[in-house]
Ligand binder design. Sequence first.
Ligand code: PEP
Ligand code: MG
Length: 315
Amino acid sequence: ERAARAAAPVTPGALADGSSVPLLANLGSADGAANALELGAEGVGLFRTEFLFLDADRAPSVSEQQEQYTRLLSAFAGKKVVVRVLDAGADKPLSFLNDAEEENPALGLRGIRALRHSEVILREQLTALAAADAATDADLWVMAPMIATVDETRYFVALCRELGLKTSGVMVETPSAALIADRVLKVADFASIGTNDLTQYTMAADRLLGTVANLQDPWAPAVLRLVSEVGAAGAEIGRPVGICGEAAADPLLAVVLVGLGATTLSMSPSALADVRASLARYTREDAERIARAALAAEGAAEAKQAANAAAESAP
Ligand code: PEP
Ligand code: MG
């Protein structure tokens, strides 16, 4: 059965009219690479690097990191791999980087803010990535988490250039970054929307708190509107806009996100098949119409309903 599966190559992500929507994998370590490729991942849209740092009392050395990044990039030779630099803080606290005394860690020194505060860690990580990049032939893109300002974007992009990394971008996880995406994308090579945090910050609802879980819903029209801002900004100046939060794994929401301007979708590999099948059912025109229906709804439940209704009326 394994051989039969390997013999039938999985088709790349595309809409019914043939327009391409590359489907990428979210990975938390290089161990998942073979499985992702088998399930048809066309590359990696989010490589979370926290696993290298968690449970440690110091950052791993440049050579330890280089070895892991080389393993990852070798597995995806010739393909795009988007690596996120360390996203420490809030739901991913690190003893040597974050201040456990902060009252609101989700609003504190996390992501790019923590890295900028402890720049040595960021420099070492980028140095290890540049060395792995030079030794392999994947298409490496590097991105920073929790960007809120153009100044942070400029800081990160400049550091990437200084250390020899060609393609650098930002995650859009704060309403601020989404609302000024036109300016952010003049500086960054690409954006990737992290819908988990973008939903948390838009709805002001802790993503770890069960009592407000009903608000942590990426179908919320406010979240969709922010996604559409980023999509429009990317289209305007010709920069890629990916999605790498959980929302991309929902087959109908994936269509909506493409209709709002997402150019790639990244998800846990187990979701790839259903999303691929869903995209293949709709043309770009359908996707845009379905997206408009969701965007115009009153709330998350209504948006989902409206998208479903619009999808059913697709020819
Ligand atoms: C996100 O916030 O949507 C995201 C992809 O990053 P993480 O879930 O690791 O915070
Ligand atoms: Mg996030």
